[in-house]
Design a protein around this ligand. Structure first.
Ligand SMILES: Cc1cc2nc3c(=O)[nH]c(=O)nc-3n(C[C@H](O)[C@H](O)[C@H](O)COP(=O)(O)OP(=O)(O)OC[C@H]3O[C@@H](n4cnc5c(N)ncnc54)[C@H](O)[C@@H]3O)c2cc1C
Length: 117
């Protein structure tokens, strides 16, 4: 999908990717949040290692934690972009999803998934 990308690796030695350098989403609303969460996660780990409060391996956990978060946001934003398209298939998908979302539990689950992204 256009302009929707995800780096496979967030760390190579002393080089770390975060924010748009790590992931680009094709629907609005998630990019700043996910990027800031990358930065907060990484800053905490770097601080702990530099203060010798955590072993060097702590830095590997950055990839383990933040890459799945990026992948989740990518899935959500790709789905949003597909639903927002104007072709007949996307319109049909929107209509079907609209029917399904009249169920409160389904709407709540979708909101939870979007909130996590
Ligand atoms: C028009 C537009 C609207 C958007 N709207 C939204 C929105 O509504 N909600 C949302 O969540 N996100 C939105 N985004 C996305 C959001 O702006 C980005 O996700 C966010 O700015 C990424 O932050 P970042 O720090 O990762 O990268 P950037 O903001 O791109 O920061 C990278 C910085 O690094 C600097 N730099 C680059 N190369 C070098 C170098 N070699 N040496 C030194 N410095 C360098 C750049 O000059 C830049 O200042 C929008 C983006 C655009 C373009």
């Amino acid at each position: 999908m256009a302009n929707s990308r995800h780096a496979e690796i967030y760390r190579s030695g002393r080089v770390f990717l975060a924010g748009d350098a790590a992931h680009v989403f094709n629907a609005g609303g998630s990019a700043l949040n996910v990027g800031l969460q990358d930065a907060i996660d990484l800053a905490g780990r770097l601080n702990a290692v530099l203060r010798e409060q955590a072993p060097l391996e702590e830095l590997d956990a950055y990839q383990a934690v933040r890459h799945p978060a990026g992948e989740h946001a990518l899935t959500q934003t790709r789905a949003q972009a597909a639903l927002a398209a104007t072709d007949p298939s996307s319109r049909a998908l929107r209509n079907v999803l609209g029917e399904i979302l009249t169920a409160r539990s389904t709407a709540r689950r979708l909101a939870e998934l979007m909130e996590d992204a």
